[in-house]
Design a protein around this ligand. Sequence first.
Ligand SMILES: Cc1ncc(COP(=O)(O)O)c(C=O)c1O
Length: 446
Amino acid sequence: MSEFIRPCVKTAIPGENAKKVIALDNQYMMTVTKASPLAIKQAKGIVLEDVDGNIFYDFTSGVGVINTGHCHPKIVKAIQDQAEKLMHFAGTDYYYEVQSLLVEKLAKIAPGKHGKKVFLTNSGSESVEAALKLARFYTKRPQFLAFMGAFHGRTMGALSLTCSKALHKKGFQPTMPGVIHIPYGYCYRCPYHLQHPSCDIFCVKFLEETYFRQMVDPTEMAAMFIEPIQGEGGYIVPPKEFIQALKRICEKYGILYVSDEVQAGFGRTGKFFAIENYDVVPDIITAAKGMGSGLPIGCIIVDEKLDYPYSGAHSNTYGGNAVCCASTLATMDVLINDGVMNNAKVVGDYLHQKLLELQNKHSLIGDVRGIGLMQGIELVKDRTTKEFAKVERDRFIEEMLKLGLVCIGCGVSSVRFIPPLIITKQEIDVAVEIMDKALTIVENGK
Ligand SMILES: Cc1ncc(COP(=O)(O)O)c(C=O)c1O
């Protein structure tokens, strides 16, 4: 755990130096998805320093990536050591030890019986693409199922599965054919207006009894892509029975169950893979964000029976980059052997409790949800009508930033709280104080 530091914002955001960085970026960088006018100079643990000397707590982990905290000394050392020895040698074409050691570790840590195989990628989207291709190749079936609110990436195949904002697809249609979307287990806003658990997971029954009868024959379905907790879609934790019922359907019809762990995996929920919270063993895991502590690496982990029968069916150039592999091995060591993953569970439960206390105080908070340090709140104008409080959510994020807490939104009016997993309860207390102040400002409309 790092030394205790309080956030301290001395300038307007953006400050004078940040304005220069932002102007340069705006001139030369293509339009992307900038969330806040924040220009970072350096970071350590959970603490960010911007180019004007302001100090913030990072409650985004660089959008779910820096699970071990910024510039963790063990990981920096592993990267430096590897960079001096070998940076790259096309791991899909040749052999080197750091890659072999990593795929062994990933294969052995995946839930279920041993006998897994791993393909290394460079990003979450590329992991999803690898899973799409493999599922089609193995099952010889044309169709895929994904969920409303899902985010699986922005490359063409992954984008076809993504269904969280129409904007993501606007101007890019038609995407890959053969994908149907059904409602996720979003019980706070059940599309069937039912209540869990009395609903008896009607949403999954409806899939089998209606979609499979009227829309697509299940024997044409290659795979289902499921986030164990919907991330971009609003930090939605479905009931355990929802995930288990989907797995039963997959088994019944020979459909591959793909657990997209790109955001929820690598210790974020207090388990190595988030699907372990549901006691389900998927056929394919896709991962990326938390793997390399900031270096670009992803993977799919699959049952060995799914492996391609011949060389060359699928490959890439940078997958298994030596420095990224070394960083991931060190990340896994820190998560598992230094108690960081366990901290995510203990401190995550603490944060959840604190958020529930905030909910008692602030009527803007409609729902609190999450597992481990994958926590989120949904803001509503009115708890009875549940009207989305999007403007208030954006203002809340802005006010938190001014007070030194960097957070990012998701869904329509939700905010995710995903600090590095090394965070302490003392730091959570400081962050919750800031959330409290920011919510008061927003509620008072000042
Ligand atoms: C669940 C999930 N899958 C896939 C992706 C795509 O990952 P990337 O942005 O690395 O391509 C994301 C990114 O947010 C994600 O949250």
